[in-house]
Write a protein that binds this ligand. Structure first.
Ligand code: ADP
Ligand code: ZN
Ligand code: ZN
Length: 736
């Protein structure tokens, strides 16, 4: 008889590794290691490589045979990189979206930490040197950004990364200039340490009665979980409500997490926060270098930055002392990641607030139908601000019937006259068209040939400036042909893109400078700043652009907004097409008349009697939303049902569909879910691959998830899966 062993069983660390596998990997803890907790990073051998992974669980035993169990090479952290709340959030998200836990963790960790850089490190700071003090006393000539820097250096003794980021593109260069002169020294401080005091509060307007109600409600909720929908028309002062709530949170020594759509995170937006709060503001967006991103992340985690503003993935940033979460423009599609780990930052933000016991404010002029539904059910407290703040009034909407009016360059005569009127009165004009390029089709009048993309079921878009045909779906490019390849007739660009409209505007309104804002003219943050600067300075009189124009920017002198073609969204195939269209129209209309000048909106349509347009014009977004929700209820679409989409694509049509058919056959039958499909996607071929989908629908969220859990285990084993790429999308934004 053997004695039971006296030593404690060796601990097994269950590790998440950045791999597309829905499982954890077991490793032996190093002998004698103590103090290991979930959320710490470790270095482990994996095949012949060494990887950085995250400890998810610590257990006594592994199903892996002892002989095959390898040991962790090193423990990289002395405290968890992801605190228990964030780790819990990531684990929940991996389960809810049925995605590999390792990839979910990789989304939450900055690249620098995934590469093994230390959790805390000294951070760069800059201060005036003695030489600088003397030199600046003589008031030398400085650039605009240098002047701001010098002002901050004098007032606050130092500047840090958040100050540089707030200056935008030229910030670093401005600083380098001062350092080169020897006027500024750099030094380093620990990113650990207490948060700075609340700091000075900048000038602020007296709240309107509606703002007061909202501010009071949010402030009363601080200290516990409370979800709010702040539904306020554009210009009603939602940002002002956020700023006040943040003020209270920061004064109480807590942190505010503000999520914004990708494109909205411009220096202008940040400037508003900076003007109000004299505290470090950590900014997290996709344009940061890995190193800066890690620095910002550290400022958030240690609590040194009382305010953290970020795009989608910032929902996973740990905060030392969480106080409030704000999701601005909560309806924005960029909150849902559309590839890989398909999570919704907005939905996770609500869960996060619940777990951190803080209030969350979802703000929008055009809330998603899902969120409106939650407010209707009293799960979210509705805070309404139906009127504009300050002197601005709600713009008047006119629908222009494209069937009865003559058009020049895609602009109908009454629209041309309205533009002329507003320009002459000193207003700026904004023209919205959600289609970039010169023309969506290159057409042959001789034989009806239309330049197709070789790899997609789509036409090539004509880009005149670049003399290229470009496929907007796969990126394929080709030179613009001189003549029809089939009959040699002369080819004609058909339809309007922003580039063509820009040319047309030059012709119709000579001497009125036009600025175009779309993905072809704006590539980096620097370019959007420059373009916005041309608008703000008043140099540009007409703005033409895509979706990019609808988000967050404030154009106080724009008095007329033109929606060139509303019909693209009226007849979309997706069940969300009309919601998206209504949101775009209302958002872009909201850019008009933001200051004291009254605004007007012209919407051009070949179908002005369409009920959606009518509702929108006569009853506003609320009226539209009511009828759209009724339609969704009748059709059994979200928010009245839960969806998941199994997508597959393959070089062969039969493989994509064959896999989904096999998946359908493998589906467990005991759950109350409906399977719809498989069917080919609306655009079946993209980038040379055939695409198909199988929709899963249920009225019960829990049932859908139990089904998915069981089903996906089977789906993963299907031999048909080896010939395709497949993915699951829970709560998909698009089902075409
Ligand atoms: P939203 O975020 O709802 O679009 P903003 O907060 O940007 O609205 O406010 C719109 C404009 O009204 C801004 O120029 C802002 O400075 C101004 N504003 C906001 N609140 C007030 C107020 N209480 N009194 C005067 N002006 C205000
Ligand atoms: Zn032809
Ligand atoms: Zn293509």
């Amino acid at each position: 008889m053997s004695e039971p062993t006296a030593t404690a069983p060796a601990s097994i660390l269950r590790i998440a590794l950045d791999a597309p596998l829905r499982r954890l990997f077991d490793y032996r803890a190093p002998t004698g290691a103590t103090g290991i907790v979930p959320g710490m990073r470790v270095q482990v051998p994996f095949g012949r490589r060494e990887l950085v992974g995250l400890v998810i669980e610590i257990v006594e035993q592994s199903a892996v045979p002892d002989a095959r169990l390898r040991s962790v090479t090193a423990i990289l952290d002395t405290e968890p990189a992801l605190n228990p709340t964030i780790l819990g959030l990531v684990r929940f998200a991996a389960e809810y979206y049925h995605h590999a836990i390792g990839e979910a963790c990789a989304t939450a960790l900055p690249a620098g930490l995934r590469a093994g850089r230390p959790l805390d490190e000294r951070e760069p700071r800059w201060r005036l040197s003695d030489l600088g003090q003397t030199a600046l006393a003589a008031k030398p000539r400085l650039g605009a950004r240098q002047r701001i820097l010098v002002d901050q250096l004098t007032r606050r003794d130092c500047v840090d990364l958040t100050d540089l980021e707030a200056l935008g593109e030229g910030g670093r260069q401005a600083l380098r200039g001062l350092v080169a002169k020897g006027w500024v020294d750099s030094y380093e401080v620990s990113s650990e340490g207490s948060a700075p005091s609340a700091g000075n509060i900048g000038e602020r307007p007296t709240p309107t009665p509606a703002q007061l109600v909202a501010i009071d409600a949010i402030e009363a909720a601080i200290g516990d979980f409370a979800p709010f929908l702040l539904h306020g028309v554009t210009g009603s002062g939602k940002t002002e409500v956020y700023l006040r709530a943040i003020e209270t949170v920061v004064a109480a020594g807590r942190q505010a997490l503000v999520l914004v759509p990708e494109i909205a995170l411009t220096p202008q937006a940040v400037a508003r926060f900076r003007a109000r709060f004299d505290v470090p503001i950590a900014i997290l967006h996709s344009g940061l270098t890995d190193s800066d991103r890690l620095s910002m992340w550290r400022l958030a985690r240690t609590g040194r930055a009382p305010i953290v503003i970020g795009t989608r993935s910032a929902v996973f940033v740990p905060l030392a002392r969480p106080g409030i979460v704000i999701v601005d423009e909560e309806h924005d599609a960029s909150y849902k990641q559309q590839e890989g780990f398909r999570y919704s930052a907005r939905d996770l933000a609500v869960l996060r607030a619940q777990r951190e016991k803080v209030p969350i404010v979802l703000g929008s002029a055009t809330p998603s139908l899902e969120t409106l539904q939650q407010a209707t059910l009293n799960r979210y407290q509705l805070l309404s601000m139906p009127e504009r703040a300050g002197a601005a009034s709600i713009p008047r909407i006119t629908v222009i019937d494209l069937r009865i009016h003559e058009e020049r360059h895609g602009i109908a005569t009454p629209t041309v006259m309205a533009i002329e009127r507003h320009l002459s009165a000193g207003g700026q004009v904004l023209i919205y068209l959600n289609r970039r390029g010169y023309a969506p089709t290159l057409f042959c009048p001789g034989c009806s040939w239309a330049a197709p993309c070789e790899a997609c079921d789509a036409r090539m878009t004509v880009h005149m400036r670049r003399q290229q045909l470009i496929c907007h779906h796969c990126g394929a490019q080709a030179p613009v042909p001189f003549a029809c390849p089939r009959c040699s007739a002369e080819l004609r660009p058909v339809g309007q893109g922003t580039e063509r409209i820009e040319d047309g505007l030059d012709e119709l309104f000579p001497g009125r400078p036009v600025v175009r804002i779309d993905r072809d003219t704006i590539q980096g943050r620097g370019e959007i700043e420059q373009a916005l600067e041309r608008v703000q300075s008043g140099e540009a009189r007409i703005l033409v652009g895509t979706q990019m124009l609808t988000k967050g920017h404030d154009f106080p002198d724009v008095t007329l907004v033109v929606v060139l073609n509303a019909d693209q969204g009226l007849f979309g195939t997706d069940f969300r097409a009309s919601e998206r269209l209504a949101q775009s129209i209302v958002q872009v209309a909201g850019r008009a008349g933001r200051a004291s000048r009254p605004g007007e909106v012209y919407i051009q349509s070949a179908c002005p009697e369409h009920p959606l347009l009518q509702r929108l014009v006569t009853e506003g977004y609320e009226g539209f939303a009511q009828s759209a929700l009724a339609e969704r209820a009748a059709a059994g679409w979200p928010p009245y049902a839960r969806l998941a989409l199994l997508r597959a694509d393959a070089p062969e049509r039969t493989d994509a569909l064959g896999f989904l058919e096999a998946a359908r056959r493998a589906a467990p039958t005991e759950y109350p879910v409906r399977l719809l499909g498989p069917v080919a996607s609306v655009m079946e071929r993209r980038a040379g691959r055939y695409r198909a989908q199988l929709l899963v629908e249920s009225v019960q969220r829990a049932a859908l998830h139990q089904f998915l859990t069981h089903w996906l285990i089977q789906v993963e084993k299907l031999p048909e899966g080896r010939k395709v790429r497949w993915s699951v999308d829970v709560d998909p934004l698009e089902v075409t």
